[in-house]
Ligand binder design. Structure first.
Ligand SMILES: [Zn+2]
Length: 114
């Protein structure tokens, strides 16, 4: 006696799930936007790590030299490239400020050098 009711409920549940799944799938533009945002976030986190590591090297360097190329040799290569594109980060000296920038336009980080 209860079986037809249960079967009807199951059919209704499956139907509702299928409808909600179909309407819950993001469109291609949204997927692309989410992927770009994830790439940008991953890149900004790495830029932050790179700026922190470089600043630490500058502060601990006793030679008084602040040559980015010389200091970057001391860092892991994975820290020097964008995680999304693999493009090598640009490091600029602007007086007492250093700027590390992603060539793909994901962002930049800067820090003061004493
Ligand atoms: Zn990047």
């Amino acid at each position: 006696m209860t079986r037809p009711v249960s079967l009807l409920a199951l059919v209704a549940l499956v139907g509702m799930s299928a409808c909600s799944l179909r309407s819950g799938v993001p469109d291609t533009d949204t997927v692309e936007e989410i992927r770009e945002e994830l790439d940008r976030t991953a890149c900004r986190n790495r830029l932050d790590d790179l700026a922190f590591a470089l600043r630490g090297l500058v502060l601990s360097d006793t030679t008084g030299s602040t040559d980015p190329a010389r200091l970057c040799v001391l860092l892991d290569d994975s820290l020097l490239v964008c995680p999304a594109t693999g493009g090598r980060y640009l490091i600029e000296e602007k007086g007492d400020e250093w700027v590390v920038r992603c060539p793909a336009g994901h962002g930049s980080e800067s820090f003061e050098v004493p």
